[in-house]
Design a protein around this ligand. Sequence first.
Ligand code: PHE
Length: 336
Amino acid sequence: KIKELIGDVQAFTASTQNEVEAFRIKYLGSKGLLKELFAEFKNVTPDARKEFGQSLNSLKKAAEDKVAKLTDALENTTSKHSFYGDLTRPSEPIELGSRHPISLVKNKIIDVFNRIGFTVSEGPEIEDDWHNFTALNLPEYHPARDMQDTFFIEQNPDILLRTHTSSVQVRYMEEHTPPIRTISPGRVFRNEDISARAHCIFHQVEGLYIDTDVSFADLKQTLLYFTKEMFGKSKIRLRPSYFPFTEPSAEVDIYWGLETETDYKITKGTGWLEIMGCGMVDPNVLKNANIDPTKYSGYAFGMGIERIAMLLYQIPDIRMFYENDKRFLEQFKSVI
Ligand code: PHE
């Protein structure tokens, strides 16, 4: 009977650790077969005991060897498997992130102006009244302050979230002497109702150029260069407008064309699109920043990054920029 069992043990194979464990319990467990058989020992006649003991020991050894061998083999194959895997399999794709469209457009604008000598300057998002309003020719109680619905943080003296990055240009003028050629990209805040076209947080790039004899013609040439580089279109028109910090002031329209249905829609059938505000820096603003307006003149311009991104990528709703929906963001993967 024991010889038969030894035969069974030697023939046993397993493909999982669980099977090996079941086998171990069956033979070597505390209620296993070997325990039972050793308990028989006392019933065996003295002259048969030697043989019985020897065969029991061989059975025990055979079972132990089997467990050790199978465990070893299974450990080797499973660990190899999880560690190396199948080296001939194509690998899982690595998920790459993408740049946010606001960053893409901001970087492109910076790049275009870098090429004609503009540096990048930044400033605080929380501003004082002087840099956001007063120095920009918007004294207290000036009606034009209402144009920019402001988030106030403290009042008397006023501390606020900047409503435009013109505040950075005031800081820059206070700290540098002309010639000045700088652009200030950044986040701005306005207390506006959120809709498909407007948000209370958005981004701007504003530009400033101050030197001797800067004229409106210089401004126009720079705008032509910018629109050509940015959109590949250079038909623009300047419409008279008003900003307290520039005189004269203008709104810049680009001719977008009327080739597609979308062109009709976004230009309201005119082909023209407003892309930024600009003008010659008001002499008062120069004076406020300790620059002599009899010696120097300059131009300034400002645009909303979201608006330009919406045009370039045909994005119908400004809120999409801030929702962090992967399906939206992933569409910019191929844009560098
Ligand atoms: N600061 C203006 C705005 O936020 C834009 C602008 C900048 C207009 C410079 C003229 C000159 O709307």
